[in-house]
Design a protein around this ligand. Structure first.
Ligand code: 1BN
Ligand code: ZN
Length: 365
C-alpha cells in the first residue's frame, strides 16, 4: 500500500484571500511539514485604525498590496473558486484547523458507540454547533436491530435551504466502533467525518445556495459484532428506507460520503461501488484545484454508508482513506495525532470545488 507524506506532496504554496470579506488566511503548519491548509482570520490591514489623511505613498502602497493579493488569489490553486462555473457562488474557504479542533472536541467525549451516553453527549454538542451555524436540525431516531439486541440510534440531519428543492447530501458517521478490548476514541474513524460535516455546515449555512443541502451525521455505521450487510450501516439503511417511504428519496440528486478523511497521510481510495460520473467529477475537481494526487488511491470496492443509497438508485460517492487498515484502523491508536488539519482542508477544498461543479451539472439542476 502506498504511504506518502503531505510534505512530500505539497507542490504549491498556500495563499488564500477572500476579497468579499477582506480576510487574509493564516497558514497552518504541522511540526516538520510545510503549510498547505486553509484557514482565515481578520486581516491586520482591515483592523488598523486610520490616523489623519493618508499620504500618497501610503495610498499607493495599499493599492499595490491589494492588487498583488488579487493576482495571487487567482493564481493559487487552493484559493480559487474552483468550479469554473458561471454562477460565481464560491464556497468560502474550509478551515482545516477549526475542523481539527472539532475532532479533538469529539474525541474528548471518549468512546462513542451506538446507545452510549458519550454518543448522546457528542450528539448534543454537534446539534449545538449546527444551530450556532444557523442550521435547522432534525433528529431521526429509531431502534437498531443489532446482534446485541435493540439499540436506540439517532441520525442528525442539518437542512440548509436553497433556490431549488433538489438536494445535495453530504454525509458521514459520528458513532465509533464498540471495541471491548481497548479504549477506542475514533479520531479518524468517526471523528473526522463528523468534524468535516460541521465545518461544511458552517460554510454552506452562510452562503446563498442554488440547491438544498442536507448534512447527515449517521449513527450506527459500525458493526456491533461483525461487519455484514445486516450488522453495519444501521443509520443509513434506516434513512434511505424512510426517505423512500416518504417519497423524498428522488429529491437527492447526489450524495457525497466522507469517511476517515482526517488521516495525516491522505490517500483517498477510488471506490468501485460509487456512481461512476460522480466519482469522476470529484477526481476531475481535485485535479482542477491542483490536489488530484490525494484522490488517486487504490481502486477497490468499499462497503459503507453510501450502500443503502446506491441500492436505492441514488448517485453517491464514498471518499474514504482506508490506508489506516495497516496501522491504526479499529485500534486504540486511532487518536488525534493520526489526523491533520491539512488533510481535512484538502478534502474540504476538493469537496467544495465538486459542489460548485455539481450545482451547475444537469444531474442536479
Ligand atoms: C469505515 C469505517 N468502515 C468501517 N469503519 C467501513 C468498512 C468496512 C471499510 C470494511 C473497510 C472495510
Ligand atoms: Zn470503523
Amino acid at each position: 500500500m502506498r504511504r506518502k507524506t503531505l510534505g512530500a506532496r505539497a507542490s504549491r504554496p498556500l495563499l488564500v484571500l477572500t476579497i468579499d470579506d477582506c480576510r487574509l488566511p493564516i497558514e497552518e503548519k504541522a511540526p516538520g511539514r510545510p503549510a498547505l491548509a486553509i484557514a482565515s482570520r481578520p486581516s491586520a490591514i482591515g483592523n488598523q485604525r486610520g490616523r489623519g489623511i493618508p499620504t500618497l505613498p501610503a495610498v499607493i502602497g495599499v493599492a499595490f498590496i491589494f492588487c498583488s493579493a488579487c493576482v495571487l488569489t487567482t493564481a493559487a490553486p487552493l484559493g480559487r473558486s474552483g468550479g469554473g462555473n458561471s454562477a460565481g457562488l464560491a464556497i468560502a474557504a474550509f478551515n482545516g484547523q477549526r475542523a481539527f479542533s472539532d475532532i479533538k472536541h469529539l474525541v474528548d467525549f471518549g468512546p462513542r458507540p451506538p446507545g452510549s451516553k458519550a454518543l448522546a453527549d457528542a450528539r448534543r454538542w454537534i446539534i449545538g454547533q449546527l444551530q450556532e451555524a444557523g442550521c435547522e436540525v432534525e433528529e431521526d431516531t429509531f431502534t437498531g436491530d443489532t446482534p446485541l439486541g435493540p439499540i436506540p440510534m439517532t441520525n442528525v440531519i442539518a437542512k440548509i435551504p436553497g433556490g431549488s428543492p433538489n438536494i445535495i447530501m453530504l454525509a458521514g458517521h459520528y458513532d465509533t466502533l464498540r471495541l471491548e478490548t481497548g479504549h477506542f476514541v475514533g479520531a479518524n474513524d468517526g471523528g473526522s467525518s463528523a468534524a468535516f460535516l460541521l465545518e461544511m455546515a458552517r460554510l454552506l449555512a452562510h452562503r446563498k445556495n442554488p440547491v438544498t443541502y442536507w448534512l447527515v451525521f449517521f449513527d450506527g455505521e459500525e458493526a456491533l459484532r461483525q461487519w455484514s450487510p445486516t450488522d453495519s450501516v444501521y443509520g443509513s439503511r434506516h434513512l434511505a428506507a424512510k426517505l423512500a417511504a416518504d417519497g423524498e428519496l428522488s429529491r437527492i440528486k447526489a450524495m457525497i460520503l466522507v469517511d476517515m478523511i482526517g488521516d495525516a497521510h491522505l490517500d483517498v481510495y477510488r471506490d468501485d461501488t460509487s456512481t461512476a460520473w460522480l466519482r469522476q467529477m470529484v477526481i476531475d475537481s481535485a485535479r482542477r484545484v491542483g490536489l488530484g494526487k490525494y484522490f488517486e488511491g487504490p481502486e477497490t470496492p468499499m462497503d459503507d454508508d453510501h450502500r443503502p443509497f446506491i441500492n436505492a438508485g441514488v448517485s453517491a460517492v464514498d471518499l474514504i482513506d482506508f490506508d489506516s487498515q495497516n496501522t491504526f484502523w479499529h485500534t486504540p491508536k486511532d487518536t488525534l495525532d493520526k489526523c491533520s488539519p491539512q488533510s481535512l482542508a484538502i478534502v474540504g477544498r476538493v469537496v467544495s470545488a465538486t459542489l460548485e461543479e455539481l450545482e451547475n451539472s444537469p444531474h442536479v439542476k
